[in-house]
Design a protein around this ligand. Sequence first.
Ligand code: GLA
Length: 508
Amino acid sequence: MKAIALRCLIPFLARFGWLVLPALVALPVAGAADLNGTWRLDIVKPWGITLHHHIVLRQEGRKVDAMMIINGAADEPLREIKMEGDEIIGRIDWDWNFRLRPDGPNLRVLIVYGHDYRYRDAGVAYPVPAGSGKPPAVLPVPALRDLPDNGLARTPPMGWNSWNHFGELVDDALVRETADAMVSSGMAAAGYTFVNIDDCWEAGRDANGNIVANEKFPNMKALADYVHAKGLKLGIYSSPGFVTCGGYPGSYGHEEQDARTYAAWGIDYLKYDWCSAGRLYEHKDLRPVYQKMGDALQRCGRPIVFSLCEYGAGDVWTWGPLVGGNLWRTTGDIHDNWKEMSEIGFSQSRLAPYAGPGHWNDPDMLEVGNGGMTNTEYRTHFSLWCLLAAPLMAGNDLRTMLPETREILTNREVIAVDQDSLGRQGSRVLENGGLEVWTKPLSDHRLAVGVFNRNQTEGTASFTWAQVGLAARPAGMRDLWQHADLPVGETGWSGSVPEHGVVMLVLK
Ligand code: GLA
């Protein structure tokens, strides 16, 4: 399920997906049946939910191409198609591998996906009329207007989110246990507040159109009460589309009603994920579509942090605050590896001017502690996010985290850089062969400096006081990972930085 996250770059391609079909590899279909048609695959989840994929095959002579409508949320062309016997093999850009085998009038389907391709869904897809799986009619969008600042998130929100580690396996017990662990581990004392349920909590709508949670969440209000009693806040997830990325019901056409439901349950934070809205709307509609929910939240009678998740489309940083947004994703989904984490983190410098109290750039949730990087790399990840004034949403299992992970996530000196009241995002000031120096202005005329080594060998880095923008030698220098004051050099700092590592300093 986790691999679903890769689809995030795609929704805008969804509308134009068919255009890429002619580019697909010509495929000989030796003696195969007529493969033209649409099939539907139903995936039944143990919590009483059935998800639907559609497979649209087109055959011309001995060539075939395929479009997969995944979860109803995105049209994904099947790529790198090849045949093995009568099997069609290909993959889509969510890192899902498909095998399709004609079986009478049906198609046998095997989908292998997820981290290390550890998950598989198998089933029989049956023929449905052409056009099945098409999105509903497009609803009108509101006229643009600037919404007021909702007064929330004066510093970047801190908390936990279920997606990176648990994917669809989020339930009431996990959320309660995570809230317990947030307190007992010292995370809450270090500033983490939100316990956020991501996708896959939804079931459908009742007779009155109210959104209903699935069997994994028997009583959302009681869950919110539990989390609140711990001094924490509860977050939830939805989509402006008719389904979420995972194929669960979205808020399409029910925005006001859903906002009221969230308020009645005691929800404090909404992550609103574009997903299937990409099959309905164009880039120009992003802003009014998000405004619709922003407006509904501002009128629902409860303060709810509004987190926009549309992967940085349409330069969201230029209008996010005007739709009531407190944070907005700037990129596609993060994954727990150095390459993707560092590509996301180190590409954020140009967005620094757009962050400030109440409205933050969000380079996605943390992977610290999920096991795909070294602790040195996780310190780099955490330091960089703090220099970026990024929301700090832990994405690991708080119940079982190792002491080293806890030490990174609760380093108060590094967190203080993120949470500084000035609310300025840091940016890169020097770059030299994989060594980078980033600065972030702090309150009381202090300056945070991160010295990063993106190379695979230890390196020696240096900067002068002038290069980090100081007119004079600072009075003091603190190393935030060593928790030690350092002697202040005459002209600047020089030192060694481990491979993929960081030295995190505050100058005052
Ligand atoms: C998208 C988002 C992820 C996560 C998943 C859930 O990929 O970008 O953060 O919310 O959807 O399906």
